[in-house]
Design a protein around this ligand. Structure first.
Ligand SMILES: Nc1nc2c(ncn2[C@@H]2O[C@H](COP(=O)(O)OP(=O)(O)O)[C@@H](O)[C@H]2O)c(=O)[nH]1
Ligand SMILES: [Mg+2]
Length: 362
């Protein structure tokens, strides 16, 4: 899964990127120029911790998310040539986007739009995304019309693009259009920005996090996120980043002190999985314990293909144990004894937390 971090300058994107990936880019990066940072975040999973402890495998593999941290842009509403479209191009390959919004108060960090107001910032970045999509649609239509021959397919494409155009012109996102599957797939090829699911992270300082201080337009931000169908997550990025760099023993203590129950990557990954309709199944063995990410509703045979196309092709049966049962009973033998070890066919719909062993023959 690929996730792009977007937002105005100095909102904490690179800090968040570092928190998610364990890198140290913030110290190096300047204020908004250059190429995007790309890195991998490991999705913490207590189930994998448990299974790894149980199986003592040679290798333990958690789910991963690839993050792209783009350089921010400084202004939105006025200058169309602010370069936003160029930066936003870097996240076109992403499956989802995260708006990083500044709530934190700081005299030493300049705000590119003058004052702290995450609701306005979200709106201005969304506006940039809309303009970028409108421009793409216009270009595509112009290119088709300039062609020698306009086929029936072209006419249909133009008609679909025009519907997308109206959706955006009316202040909507392509992601919220009701489209038949075939059109949804056709649209995906364009990598439109407003077609991507989004999350919003409001980046708070410590006193905001502890609840002793608020920020301007807090309610407006919640209302806006609801109307955009963009889930809102609260993080305290700079503080959590500092804590993440402490020796392990101290980390837990500081996290507890601040009431941070889950790490930023946990919170974000969970929200992203929910947003994208993703779940995990696990494979276990003495070689490897591993988490696999699939879409909710995936059947066993297709899930097998995640591991290897041969396993999908030669699929015979899926041996399925529920993680909860194994945790409760402690050993595979007891799970079998209780009759909780199930053989499932190719059309079995995989459930989050299934531990699966695929039997196959090629
Ligand atoms: N006080 C405070 N400063 C922060 C916070 N998050 C980021 N910063 C600072 O804001 C500046 C910009 O952060 P950066 O992550 O580079 O933002 P980007 O331009 O969006 O990538 C840096 O000096 C950070 O240390 C925060 O939560 N509180
Ligand atoms: Mg940055």
């Amino acid at each position: 899964m690929k996730i792009g971090l977007i937002g105005l300058n100095q909102t904490g994107k690179t800090s968040l990127f570092d928190l998610l990936t364990g890198k140290e880019s913030a110290a190096l990066a300047g204020g908004g120029k250059g190429t995007p940072n790309v890195g991998t975040g490991v999705v913490p999973d207590e189930r994998i911790d448990f299974l790894s402890e149980l199986c003592k495998p040679k290798k333990t593999t958690y789910a991963k998310i690839e993050f792209t941290d783009v350089a921010g842009f400084s202004t939105a509403d006025k200058a169309r040539n602010s370069g936003a479209a160029k930066f936003l191009n870097d996240v076109r390959p992403c499956d989802a986007l995260v708006h990083v919004l500044r709530a934190f108060d700081s005299d030493s960090v300049i705000h590119s739009l003058g004052a702290v107001n995450p609701a306005r910032d979200l709106e201005s970045v969304e506006t940039e995304m809309m303009f970028a999509d409108l421009e793409m649609i216009e270009k595509r239509i112009a290119r088709i019309n300039a062609g020698k021959k306009v086929t029936k397919e072209h006419t249909e494409e133009i008609e679909l693009l025009q519907r997308c155009f109206s959706q955006i012109e009316n202040g909507g996102s392509i992601k919220d259009m009701e489209l038949p599957e075939s059109e949804r797939i056709a649209i995906r090829g364009y990598s439109f920005l407003t077609e991507k699911p989004r999350l919003a992270v409001v980046n708070m300082d410590e006193s905001q996090w502890m609840g002793s201080k608020s920020w301007p337009n807090k309610e407006a931000l919640q209302v806006l996120c609801t109307s955009l169908s963009v889930p809102l997550i609260e993080l305290c990025v700079a503080t959590e980043l500092e804590i993440s760099r402490l020796p392990e023993d101290d980390r837990q203590l500081f996290m507890e002190d601040l009431g941070i129950e889950q790490s930023g990557i946990s919170v974000l990954a969970r929200a992203a999985y929910r947003l994208l309709g993703l779940i995990s199944f696990m494979t276990i063995g003495s070689d490897e314990v591993r988490a696999w990410t699939i879409e909710d509703g995936t059947v066993a045979r297709v899930a097998a293909g995640k591991i290897h196309t041969d396993i999908e092709r030669g699929f015979i049966r899926a041996e399925v144990v529920k993680f909860g049962d194994l945790r409760e009973l402690g050993t595979m033998a007891k799970v079998k004894e209780k009759g909780l070890f199930k053989l499932e066919g190719k059309d079995y719909v995989v459930i989050d937390g299934d531990i699966i062993n695929f039997r196959f023959n090629i």
